[in-house]
Write a protein that binds this ligand. Sequence first.
Ligand code: 5RP
Length: 228
Amino acid sequence: MNGKERAAAAALQYVRDGMVVGAGSGSTAQVFLEMLAGRIREEGMEVSIVPTSSEVEVNAVRLGIGGLVRQLWQVDRIDVAIDGADAIDARRNLIKGGGGALTREKIVDYWASSFIVIADEGKVVANIPGGRPIPIEVLPFAWRAVKEAVERRLGGEARLRIGSDKRGPVVTDNGNYVLDYVHPLEEIDVGAERELKSIPGVVEVGIFNGSKVSKAIIGTETGVSIME
Ligand code: 5RP
């Protein structure tokens, strides 16, 4: 097993029969979903799954567990959300949104009774952002105004995320664009989540406050370490 698989396997023990599970986006969360699907198939475990992106919803269908998918408005609670991260620091502050799903992830993850982050050790940084760009979801109409406001207020550079086919901006599940903001310093105050969100046109920011993270499971080549 690699670090992602070890973290995903360890997270599985926090899922019990009857739970409503928030399913995160990205390759680590995908490993978790595959393991959960195995458990449902082999042990008849009964859970509901709230996806954090359309990609996760499609993946659930591919894994044969599409019938368990519920939209957020169809459930009265989320017992546990399991999600990946682009960076995590010692206070469990996160950078998320590498896959562009930050808005739905933040809603599901923050609303869950328990929010568990799974990541391999390559994601651990001394302080966020730790050199990673901070994704910011913006209304398409406002992308340039937000870019200039972010750069003026906090310094650094906010780049419009372009699709891999180079044909235009990446469009999120919510019909918005993403700015990848490169902060000039290795460290950013977690309060910047609020400051960035106050800029008109910003939909969501990929800074997740560590106080919302119940537990982080970091997978290594030999085992897991838990941050809680
Ligand atoms: C998607 C995310 C992912 O959780 C993050 O990008 C980590 O992905 P991976 O597990 O593939 O490294 O925030 O919006």
